[in-house]
Design a protein around this ligand. Structure first.
Ligand code: AP5
Length: 222
C-alpha cells in the first residue's frame, strides 16, 4: 500500500509570501496549487456574475461570500489532478465556515503552514509587489526585481495592492485566522516569513518532508 499524496494548506496575512512559497513548493513536490485569490481574479477577468460580485468585496478588503467561494474551491479541489498529485491550498479556508465546509466533505490537510510576518513589513511588500501578466510570476520592486528590462516594462499591479486597502485586508485576516487555529491545531506549523525567500522555503521544505515521512510510516505500520 502506498501513502496518498501530500495535502497542504498555507495561510498568512496579505503579502506574507504565500504565492511566492507556493511556486517553490509546487516545483519541488509536484502538488496542484489552488489559490482562492487567483481563482477569483480569473472569474473577474472572465467577466462572470460571480467575478463582478467578488470584486466588490475584494475592493473593500473583505472576504468574498461563501456562496461564491466555497463551491469554486471545492470543484477545483475535487478534480482528478489534485486528487492524484496532491494539493496545495493557498488562502483557503479563511474562516470557520469555509473550514467546516471542507470538514463536512472529510477533506483535511496533512499540514497547515502559517506564515508569520510583522505588519510593518507586510505593507511595504504589498505596495512594491508587481506581477508579470505573461508568466504570472510575482516580483517586488525592491526585494525581487525582474530578470530583464522587457519583463520590467510589462509589469502590472493588483487593484487591491494599495496601502489603504492592505490595512483593511489585514483587519479581515486577523478577525478570521483565530477560528482556524483550533480546527487545524494538530497539524499547524508556524513558519517565520520575514526572512529571505530561500530561507523561508528551506524551513517549509523541512516541514513538508517530515510530513511526507510521517505519512509513509503510518502506512507501513498499518
Ligand atoms: P489573495 O489573492 O489570496 O491575497 P492575500 O491573502 O491578501 O495574499 P497576497 O496574494 O496579497 O499575498 P501572498 O501571501 O501570496 O504574498 P506574495 O507571495 O505575493 O486574496 C485577495 C482577495 O480575495 C482577499 O482580500 C479576499 O477579498 C478574496 N479572497 C481570497 N481568498 C478568499 C477566501 N478564502 N474567502 C473569501 N475571500 C477570499 O508576496 C508579496 C510580495 O512580497 C511580493 O512582491 C513578493 O515578491 C514579496 N516577498 C515574498 N516573500 C518575500 C520575502 N521572504 N522577502 C521579501 N519579499 C518577499
Amino acid at each position: 500500500v502506498k501513502a496518498g499524496p501530500l495535502k497542504v494548506m498555507i495561510a498568512g496575512a496579505p503579502a506574507s509570501g504565500k504565492g511566492t512559497q507556493c511556486e517553490l513548493i509546487k516545483t519541488k513536490y509536484g502538488l496542484v496549487h489552488i489559490s482562492a485569490g487567483d481563482l477569483l481574479r480569473a472569474e473577474i477577468a472572465a467577466g462572470t456574475e460571480n467575478g463582478k460580485r467578488a470584486k466588490e468585496f475584494m475592493e473593500k478588503g473583505q472576504l468574498v461570500p461563501d456562496e461564491i467561494v466555497v463551491t469554486m474551491v471545492k470543484e477545483r479541489l475535487l478534480q482528478p489532478d489534485a486528487q492524484e498529485k496532491g494539493w496545495l491550498l493557498d488562502g483557503y479556508p479563511r474562516s470557520y465556515s469555509q473550514a467546516m465546509a471542507l470538514e463536512t466533505l472529510g477533506i483535511r490537510p496533512d499540514i497547515f503552514i502559517l506564515l508569520d510576518v510583522p505588519d510593518e513589513i507586510l505593507v511595504e511588500r504589498v505596495v512594491g509587489r508587481r506581477l508579470d501578466p505573461v508568466t504570472g510570476k510575482i516580483y517586488h520592486l525592491k526585494y525581487s526585481p525582474t530578470e530583464n528590462e522587457e519583463i520590467a516594462s510589462r509589469l502590472t499591479q493588483r487593484f487591491d495592492d494599495t496601502e489603504e486597502k492592505v490595512k483593511l485586508r489585514l483587519q479581515t485576516h486577523y478577525q478570521n485566522v483565530e477560528s482556524l487555529l483550533s480546527i487545524y491545531e494538530d497539524v499547524i506549523v508556524k513558519v517565520k516569513g520575514d526572512a529571505l525567500v530561500d530561507d523561508v522555503f528551506a524551513e517549509i521544505d523541512k516541514q513538508l518532508t517530515s510530513s511526507l515521512d510521517k505519512k509513509t510510516e503510518m502506512v507501513a505500520s498499518a
